[in-house]
Write a protein that binds this ligand. Structure first.
Ligand code: SF4
Length: 176
């Protein structure tokens, strides 16, 4: 190997060393380094227990959209019942918890076009909807049957009930 060939060889070995040892590949101009999972939520969500599903002062809606329009509410009720069936999950033994969550989903569907999980706090609900990670059924539910709202409970859950149907009167009783 002559000197003319040695210099490019050494340069390429040096570049390889930098890449392997430091794990660093400079981003192309204008290209940003990844900030994690592409579908990760834009804000760090904060768990809100179903019993505390309340409207914030900044989003007091009209009476019509307060708990989802009648059609949306019915659609969410049917969705929840069907989803229980196909995933072998059940509503909580306290059906009012399921009813509260379903009403929260319907409200988000009416206001943002998708049933964003109602049991979390979001900095920007519209942005979260577009990411779709927390659109019901959320990714944790679809991947691991984990529903922190306690809407869909597996048979081994200590709070599980026996119902896969959500009665209209229970739905009508709860307020969100
Ligand atoms: S499945 Fe996910 S999005 Fe739907 S209610 Fe449960 S936790 Fe919320």
């Amino acid at each position: 190997m002559n000197v003319d060939m040695l210099i490019p060889k050494l340069l390429s070995l040096l570049l390889l060393w930098v890449t392997i040892v430091r794990g660093f590949i400079p981003p192309a101009p204008g290209q940003q380094k990844s900030q994690g999972h592409p579908k990760a939520p834009v804000s760090r969500p904060v768990l809100v227990p179903p019993s505390e599903l309340v409207l914030s002062a900044t989003e007091v809606p009209s009476e019509a959209s307060k708990a989802g329009s009648a059609g949306t509410l019915k659609a969410m009720q049917k969705f929840a019942e069907k989803y229980c069936e196909i995933t072998d999950t059940y509503f909580c033994s306290d059906l009012e918890i399921a009813a509260t969550v379903v009403k929260g989903l319907a409200k988000h569907k009416d206001e943002y076009g998708a049933p964003l999980c109602p049991c979390r706090h979001y900095e920007d609900k519209a942005a979260e909807v577009s990411i779709a990670y927390w659109n019901c059924p959320c990714v944790p539910m679809r991947e691991r049957k984990e529903c922190h709202c306690m809407l869909f409970l597996t048979p081994d859950n200590p709070f599980v009930g026996k119902e896969q149907k959500l009665p209209d009167d229970v739905l009508a009783k709860v307020q969100v």
